[in-house]
Design a protein around this ligand. Structure first.
Ligand code: AMP
Length: 378
C-alpha cells in the first residue's frame, strides 16, 4: 500500500474471483487499425498477475469520443483482437462511452458494470483524472485496488512533490501558457528552477519587453507571466531562437521562407518556432546538473524536421543526465519515442492530462476513490 492506495496484493486471494479491470485502451487508430499498442501492453503486468493468480478477468475501457452507441468507428473490436493475442484469457467489454452513464457517472450504469464481479482494479492512469462511472463508481461497491501501472505512476509523480532529488528542474514547453498555468504555479512551489521553451516562451519573452513578431502570443497572459518572473524561483527563458521568415509555412518547406537563428527579439512577419542552438546548450547544462528533471512539452514545432533540433537536444540531455528523469505524457512522450530515448528515461507517464493534474493537485478522483474504498474496508 503506497500512501493508503491499495495494491493488487491488498485484494487478498483472487483465485476463482471475478475481477473487473478498468484499463486505458484508448489507443490511436487509423483506418480501424491500431497504430501503437503501447497502452495495451502497459496493462499486461496487471492482467497477467490476476490471471496467473487464478482470477477470471474482465477488462473495460473507453475509446475515442463516440457520437452514440452505433458509432462503429469507436468499436473496441481492434483492441479485442490485439488483446486476444497478448492476453487471451482476458474478456473485454464494449466501449464504455457507448453508454452516456459513463461520462455522467450514473449509479445505474455503475450497477450494471459491476454486476457479477467480486473485485475491482483500476489501471487506467490516463483516465483517472476524470470522475467517470468506471473510475469512481466500482470502488464504492467492490473491494478495489490500483493496478501496477497506476501504482507506479502515483509513486513516481507524487514522489516528485514530496522528496525529489535536488536540484529539481521542470522543463516546460508546448503551445500555451494558459493550458499549463496551474501546473506551472504548482511546480514553482516544489522545483528549484523552471526552463521554458516552445510556443509558451514567447508570452514570457513579451512579459520581459521583447518583441515576438508573428510568434504564438497570449496577450492576456503577459501580466501573469510578469508575476511569475518576479517570483523567487529561477525561470530560464530562450536566449536565441530559430525563426521562420515571411512567406514561410510550417510543414511545407517548398513554400519558401527563410529559416534563421535570431536573438530574443523576433522581427515583424517572423515566427519563432524553436529554441536556438545557444539556448539548447544552456538548457542541456541545466538538465545535466539536475538531480531530478520533469519534462513536459516540446521546445519547438518538432513535428516539422526543420524545427526539431531544440526538442531533440532536450531529449538527448534527458537521456544523458544522471538525474532522475520523468517525462509527462502526450507530446513529450511522443517526442522521446521519436528521438529514440524513451527507454532511457526513469519514467514516461502514460497520461498527459492526468500526470499534470496529479502534480498540480496532489491527487486524482480515481486515486481518491481507491483510497476511500480501502479505508471503508479497514
Ligand atoms: P501542447 O499541446 O500545448 O503541449 O503543445 C504541443 C504543440 O506545441 C506541438 O504540436 C508543437 O508543434 C507546438 N509548438 C511548440 N513550439 C511551438 C512554437 N514555437 N510555435 C508554435 N507551436 C509550437
Amino acid at each position: 500500500m503506497i500512501d493508503g492506495l491499495p495494491e493488487l496484493e491488498d485484494l487478498g486471494p483472487v483465485s476463482g474471483k471475478s475481477v473487473l479491470v478498468r484499463a486505458d485502451f484508448n489507443v490511436p487508430l487509423s483506418g480501424g487499425r491500431i497504430t501503437d499498442d503501447l497502452r495495451i501492453k502497459a496493462a499486461l503486468p496487471t492482467l497477467r498477475w490476476l490471471v496467473d493468480n487464478g482470477a477470471k478477468v474482465t477488462a473495460c475501457s473507453h475509446l475515442g469520443r463516440p457520437k452514440g452507441p452505433d458509432d462503429a468507428s469507436a468499436s473496441m473490436a481492434p483492441v479485442k483482437a490485439r488483446l486476444a493475442e497478448l492476453a487471451p484469457e482476458v474478456e473485454l467489454l464494449e466501449n464504455l462511452r457507448y453508454d452516456k452513464g459513463e461520462e455522467g457517472n450514473d449509479p445505474a450504469f455503475v450497477a450494471r458494470l459491476i454486476e457479477g464481479h467480486d473485485l475491482f482494479v483500476n489501471d487506467a492512469f490516463g483516465a483517472s483524472h476524470r470522475a467517470h462511472a468506471s473510475i469512481v463508481g466500482p470502488p464504492e461497491h467492490l473491494p478495489s485496488a490500483a493496478g501496477r501501472l497506476l501504482a507506479r505512476e502515483a509513486e513516481v509523480l507524487l514522489g516528485l512533490r514530496r522528496n525529489p532529488r535536488r536540484p529539481f528542474v521542470a522543463i516546460m514547453g508546448g503551445s500555451k501558457v494558459s493550458d499549463k498555468l496551474g501546473v506551472i504555479e504548482a511546480l514553482l512551489e516544489i522545483v528549484d528552477a523552471i526552463v521554458v521553451g516552445g510556443g509558451m516562451a514567447f508570452t514570457f519573452l513579451a512579459a520581459q519587453g521583447h518583441r515576438t513578431g508573428s510568434s504564438l502570443l497570449e496577450a492576456d497572459m503577459v501580466e501573469t507571466c510578469q508575476r511569475l518572473l518576479a517570483g523567487p524561483k529561477t525561470i530560464h527563458l530562450p536566449e536565441d531562437i530559430t525563426a521562420l521568415g515571411p512567406g514561410g509555412k510550417l510543414f511545407d518547406p517548398a513554400a519558401g521562407g527563410e529559416v534563421r537563428q535570431i536573438g530574443v527579439n523576433v522581427p515583424d512577419g517572423w515566427m519563432g518556432v524553436d529554441i536556438g542552438p545557444g539556448t539548447a546548450a544552456v538548457f542541456t547544462d541545466v538538465i545535466l546538473d539536475a538531480g531530478t528533471v520533469l519534462w513536459n512539452g516540446p521546445m519547438g514545432v518538432f513535428e516539422d524536421p526543420r524545427f526539431e533540433a531544440g526538442t531533440r537536444a532536450i531529449a538527448g540531455a534527458m537521456a544523458e543526465t544522471r538525474a532522475f528523469t520523468v517525462v509527462g505524457g502526450g507530446d513529450s512522450a511522443a517526442a522521446a519515442k521519436e528521438f529514440g530515448v524513451d527507454t532511457d528515461m526513469d519514467h514516461v507517464s502514460t497520461g498527459g492530462g492526468a500526470s499534470l493534474e496529479l502534480i498540480e493537485q496532489g491527487d486524482l478522483p480515481g486515486l481518491a476513490a481507491l483510497r476511500e474504498s480501502a479505508a471503508r474496508r479497514g
